[in-house]
Design a protein around this ligand. Structure first.
Ligand code: ATP
Ligand code: MG
Length: 241
């Protein structure tokens, strides 16, 4: 029987062997989603001296190198970031509060996921929106059953339970705005930042559920094994905010 190896999960790109074992540090893998989270994490990484050397919009690579031989970025779907970090596919990640709540409500919970820092990036809010001709207040007051379409079923379920409103939740994976327009639902629970998507689809924000921002998430085992490296990264991120 062979003992499990304690070498890094993957050798740093460019061949760590050449640099010799003495100055070899364990590889740090950071999970990010393309788009606003990637863009808004870049300045924080820069404060930690980390520069991603490839543009995710221009490459088809899913693993991006950085100027630091022992730091790499893996590109995953926003909703997959907590899963990668929880199970050690990445040491750290950046994920929205929306994604983290839904992940924690999933069957596996959020065990092994440490959330040391609210990065105050990718800010938006989770809101209820309806067609302008739907009287949400009246429906709530009358105790009507409301059909709500959303990707965020955990947040929505909790919100309406707290209000004592009966809802039929309809799970969608995207383009929630379409649901009230087609008669699929009376209302949606979705993320709103400027409100222009709602406006373009003639929907109105009728209730604000919570403010959303993105947090740094860390794998708990990595936090122990790569303590100094991760601590200094957290400190640099905190300092840059
Ligand atoms: P995908 O686009 O791959 O289907 P997604 O829509 O969940 O996934 P992004 O659009 O990249 O992913 O959003 C990532 C995160 O950015 C969200 O989880 C949320 O925390 C944050 N965010 C900030 N503003 C908005 C917004 N207006 N719409 C959606 N997400 C937003
Ligand atoms: Mg999106």
């Amino acid at each position: 029987m062979t003992a499990p190896t304690l070498t890094p999960l993957a050798a740093p790109q460019g061949g760590a062997a050449a640099s010799g074992a003495a100055d070899r540090r364990p590889m740090l893998t950071l999970a990010l989603s393309k788009g606003r989270i990637f863009e808004e994490t870049l300045p924080l990484l820069a404060a930690a001296g980390i520069v991603v050397t490839e543009d995710p919009e221009k490459t088809r690579k899913l693993i991006l190198a950085t100027n630091q031989p022992d730091v790499r970025v893996v590109l995953v779907r926003a909703t997959d970031v907590p899963t990668y970090v929880q199970h050690g596919g990445a040491d750290l990640g950046v994920a929205g509060k929306d994604v983290l709540i839904e992940h924690a409500a999933g069957s596996e919970g959020a065990g092994g996921l440490y959330q040391p820092l609210d990065l105050q990036i990718a800010k938006c809010r989770m809101s209820v929106a309806t067609r302008a001709d739907f009287d949400y207040e009246a429906a709530v007051k009358q105790g009507s059953r409301i059909r709500v379409a959303t990707k965020y079923t955990a947040v929505a379920r909790q919100h309406f339970a707290d209000k004592g409103v009966h809802v039929d939740l309809i799970k969608l994976y995207g383009s929630m705005e379409l649901a009230p327009l087609t008669g699929l639902a009376d209302a949606i629970v979705d993320l709103v930042s400027t409100g222009s998507t709602l406006k373009a689809n003639k929907l109105v924000e009728v209730e604000r559920i919570m403010d959303i921002s993105s947090r740094l998430v860390v794998n708990q085992a990595a936090l122990k094994l790569k303590r100094e490296r991760i601590r200094s990264l957290i400190a640099a991120f905190a300092g840059a905010m």
